[in-house]
Design a protein around this ligand. Structure first.
Ligand SMILES: *[C@@H]1O[C@H](CO)[C@@H](O)[C@H](O)[C@H]1NC(C)=O
Ligand SMILES: *[C@@H]1O[C@H](CO)[C@@H](O)[C@H](O)[C@H]1NC(C)=O
Length: 488
């Protein structure tokens, strides 16, 4: 009887196309260290690769600010290094279930991989974690959000160097030991695809020709995946019994829709070369077969003595397979794709996919930094659910990067509402097990190479005011209401 009543209720609500968010879905907001912290050389912090990029490669940045102003802004950003109490205050004002932030690697281990631990860095995050817990907000931590130490990133070759695996395990060991009594959800890496294809390939590979593209990206991917898996195993062996937390990784999940009937294979290849590049090894123990075959064929045509995608050994396959407690997804864009054959030398990871991608101009919201379409988000999450063994899923981060800098951000409310409604459909109609949803971002920030070009915050930050005050946008009050009522 009760069951019938529930079915009846959900039928009624689905007639109106709206479901509620389940009570056990945790709602949060996300930030990352480099975009918000500032204090770039304070408290014993070392120089990160992003400090170096912003301070020395202003040409690479997309910004209207003059170079000196850009550098000065990056050094302070939203000044969360000093304003962390304000971040906790606004997180509490929103009523967040959880707040996901990242630890600046160079606050903990300032320079090379073997530097001593910087206690001031540990103290900073202890304050933040304790402050969150004191107001009932669960801290969720990303260990590495694109911001390795400059010394390790450039001079050791970062993730292209096998040494990074031991260095990352040592770093993770420090974090588990220092914070694991209170932090129960760990994300090792933010989006390996973005790290390896864009930062290593398109930035470092373009600037320095001695990092050969088409090889370097795959070395980065390989050792990033091995680092993640080794950190996962460390936690299982040394901490899990006592701390009982989850170790995950965040995967970039753009959606590739075939532009026409003939482009089905191109779309599947695009999913394999982006999401699958990182998710498939960690779920299945190896790269997607399409990726292995395509890169091997191209490498042969290009006269490489072996595939530019180095294979995992049998031992490594055992290490990486299943090294994940939660599938954390970041959706940004939806694209149309067609095949595009390109075996030209020199190769790049970008060319290897053998596609051209574009968007339908009807989706083009010219105020939006990403071309996200809510239906593309739903398709992408369904794809993961159907093809990757129905994992427990966290959506991190739904986002609306607006070129318009306004407190009356109806556009963001509209997009956030669409996202949340797709989440309810994924749960109620597609049976997908989504347990976490978070919004990028809690506050406006210095958004890597795009600086202040687009604004992502639920809270506005006044970057012209030395105190960097936080002011709620309309979207903050919308989100607060959703967290309370569970009705998007
Ligand atoms: C690059 O930036 C760093 C600060 O991150 C600075 O110490 C260094 O001198 C700069 N290097 C050059 C060549 O300008
Ligand atoms: C969206 O439209 C703008 C303005 O017409 C254009 O500059 C931009 O390239 C378009 N975006 C995409 C992804 O096609």
């Amino acid at each position: 009887m009760l069951q019938l009543a529930i079915i009846g209720l959900s039928l009624i609500s689905s007639c109106f196309g709206h479901y509620e968010l389940p009570a056990d879905l945790k709602l949060g907001a996300v930030t990352a260290a480099f975009p918000i912290e500032g204090g770039w050389n304070e408290g014993g912090k070392g120089e990160s690769s992003w400090d170096f990029i912003v301070h020395n490669y202003t040409d690479f940045l997309v910004s209207d600010l003059p170079p000196e102003e850009l550098i000065a802004q990056a050094k302070v950003a939203a000044d969360s290094y000093h304003n962390w109490r304000e971040d906790i205050r606004v997180a509490k004002e929103l009523g967040l279930d959880y707040y996901k932030f990242s630890i600046a690697t160079t606050r903990i281990i300032p320079r090379g991989p073997y530097n001593p631990v910087n206690q001031e860095g540990i103290d900073y995050y202890n304050n933040l974690i304790d402050g969150l817990l004191a107001v009932g907000i669960t801290p969720v931590v990303t260990m590495y959000y694109y911001d390795g130490s400059q010394a390790a990133s450039f001079f050791y070759g970062g993730f292209s160097n096998p040494l990074c695996v031991d260095a990352m395990v040592r770093y993770a060991d420090v974090l588990f030991a220092a914070f694991g009594d209170r932090v129960k959800i760990w994300d090792t890496f933010q989006d390996g695809y973005k790290e390896c294809k864009e930062i290593y390939g398109e930035f470092i590979g373009n600037e320095y020709e001695y990092f050969p593209r088409g090889e370097y990206e795959y070395l980065c991917g390989r050792y990033l995946i091995l680092s993640h898996a080794s950190i996962y195993r460390l936690y299982q062996d040394k901490y899990k019994a006592e701390q009982n937390g989850l170790v995950s990784m965040t995967f970039g999940l753009d959606w590739y829709e075939p532009a026409d009937e003939g482009a089905q294979e191109a779309a599947l290849r695009a999913m394999d070369f982006t999401f699958g590049w990182f998710a498939s090894p960690i779920i299945n123990g190896d790269y997607p077969q399409r990726m292995i075959d395509t890169i091997a064929e191209l490498s042969e045509i290009q006269n490489f003595p072996q595939s530019r995608l180095p294979p995992f050994t049998e031992e490594e396959k055992v290490l990486i397979k299943g090294a994940l407690d939660l599938m954390v997804l970041v959706h940004r864009n939806t694209y149309l794709v067609v095949d595009h054959f390109d075996d030209s030398f020199p190769p790049t990871a970008q060319k290897d996919v053998q596609i051209t991608r574009f968007i339908d101009q009807e989706w083009n919201d010219t105020n939006s930094f990403y071309t996200t379409t809510p239906w593309g988000f739903r398709e992408a999450v369904k794809y993961v659910w159907d093809n990757y063994g129905q994992p427990e899923i966290a959506i991190s981060h739904a986002t609306y990067g607006a070129y318009e800098d306004s407190l009356n951000d109806d556009f963001r409310i509209h997009r956030l509402q669409q996202f949340l409604q797709e989440v309810t459909r994924l749960i109620h109609e597609d049976g997908v097990n989504i347990k976490y949803f978070s919004m990028w971002s809690l506050i406006d920030s210095f958004f890597f190479q795009y600086a202040y070009t687009a604004k992502f915050g639920l809270y506005h930050v006044d970057f012209n005011n030395p105190a960097r005050p936080r002011t709620p946008k309309q979207s903050a009050s919308y989100y607060r209401t959703v967290i309370e009522t569970r009705i998007p």
